[in-house]
Write a protein that binds this ligand. Structure first.
Ligand SMILES: NC(=O)c1ccc[n+]([C@@H]2O[C@H](COP(=O)([O-])OP(=O)(O)OC[C@H]3O[C@@H](n4cnc5c(N)ncnc54)[C@H](OP(=O)(O)O)[C@@H]3O)[C@@H](O)[C@H]2O)c1
Length: 302
């Protein structure tokens, strides 16, 4: 049995679907009760509901589990606690392999990078058999394609500039790597993999790609972190923006405004044994889906 946490998150949904398709029994963990169908439909064998920052809850989640794929939910103030609790639970239960979803450059001064760095150190020191995955920025359809499709603007939320370069990774690629390291186990023990796609894009270049793909002009626009937060977490006015998430996003925005957030695609290419997905290929696939269902800026008319 494989435990996948943050199972209904951006990457969790891909990982659950692919592990199930590869024949694994998946226990998909989330916080909210009453919506098991969403994960069972992806192929999860079981849904586990509870706050994984609680030691007793994590201990129950790992019963009869051979492998943990641990993703700390984005913006959770208890992310470090959850990571430490996971390590204790894995040790107690004798879990054979822990795969930890970290982040590219966990050492830089961004709040949740510091959280992940702390968890990485504890994992390395734990004696568990582990693999650390360090993905760069996710390609997120709802942010990077759907928003430009509807508004004509590619939102960039880092401070003062849209010029900094970014590497992006497709969730299809990240989830393929997760399945591979879980299947091949020992070959990936004590490894930490930087995972970056082939692009190094600033806002203007991303907008140029989207213009080409969508067939009409897309502008790169600076947006306030709070607006970005609403888009990213699909929040609305009924959903309070909590202070910790805001602090976290401002910390990203500050660092991203001062530095490029780029990685090297060689490790991802080696793991996939194929070229990683480019931002343009990702955008083309999403636009093809949107064309058949959702009118875009021009199609919608005035
Ligand atoms: N976005 C990026 O570009 C990027 C890049 C690199 C790394 N990362 C990292 O990737 C991770 C997030 O990945 P994601 O966006 O795929 O996930 P996500 O969307 O943040 O995950 C949300 C999931 O976590 C569950 N959850 C929230 N609080 C919980 C709790 N206390 N106990 C148990 N489950 C809980 C939610 O349950 P419900 O479904 O019930 O609400 C939901 O299933 C973060 O650590 C982030 O820092 C992100």
């Amino acid at each position: 049995m494989i435990l996948v946490t943050a199972a209904n998150g951006h990457q969790g949904r891909y990982v659950v679907r692919k592990l199930a398709a590869a024949g694994y029994q998946v226990r998909a963990a989330r916080a909210t009760a009453g919506r098991d169908e969403e994960l069972l439909e992806l192929g999860a064998s079981e849904v586990f509901v509870g706050d994984l920052a609680d030691p007793g809850t994590y201990a129950r989640a790992v019963e009869e589990v051979d492998t943990i794929y641990h993703v700390g939910p984005a913006g959770a103030p208890s992310e470090v606690q959850m990571g430490m609790v996971m390590i204790d639970a894995a040790l107690q239960a004798g879990v054979g392999h822990v795969v930890f979803s970290s982040v590219l450059h966990p050492h830089v001064d961004i709040l949740q990078h510091r959280y992940k760095c702390e968890i990485e150190v504890a994992l390395i020191e734990s004696g568990l058999s582990y693999t650390i995955l360090r993905p760069c920025d996710y390609m997120m359809p709802e942010v990077h394609v759907d928003v430009p499709w509807r508004t004509g603007e590619f939102p960039v939320f880092w401070q003062e500039t849209t010029r900094r370069l970014h590497s992006f990774i497709a969730m299809e690629d990240l989830s393929d790597v997760v399945v591979k390291v879980i299947r091949e186990q020992e070959a990936h023990f004590a490894a930490a993999y930087d995972l970056a796609g082939p692009d190094r894009l600033d806002g203007a270049e991303a907008a140029r790609i989207l213009s080409r793909v969508m067939g009409h002009p897309i502008r790169s626009e600076h947006v306030d972190p709070e607006d970005r937060l609403r888009a990213q977490w699909r929040s609305d006015d009924s959903h309070d923006l909590d202070e910790h998430r805001m602090e976290m996003l401002q910390s990203i925005s500050r660092w991203y405004g001062q530095h490029d957030f780029i990685g090297n695609p060689s490790v991802l290419t080696w793991l996939l044994r194929r070229p990683p997905t480019s931002f343009e290929a990702f955008a083309r696939a999403r636009v093809a889906e949107l064309r058949s269902t959702v009118p875009g800026l021009l199609e919608a008319g005035p």
